[in-house]
Design a protein around this ligand. Sequence first.
Ligand SMILES: [Zn+2]
Length: 60
Amino acid sequence: MTTECSCCGGDVYRHDPVFTLEEREFRRVETGAFCNYACLSAHIDEECLADGDACEIDYD
Ligand SMILES: [Zn+2]
């Protein structure tokens, strides 16, 4: 069984896999698989997922 990395398309099980989950209708659904945190981080940077979508943080 192989699971492709959402970032680079490689087989995550050849590395140190990290998975992302979202809660949808009270169920946890796997939304992404990554080789490692580096691929997850690169994916976030590319998709600009952090822009305007982060939880509210008070920067003061
Ligand atoms: Zn990857």
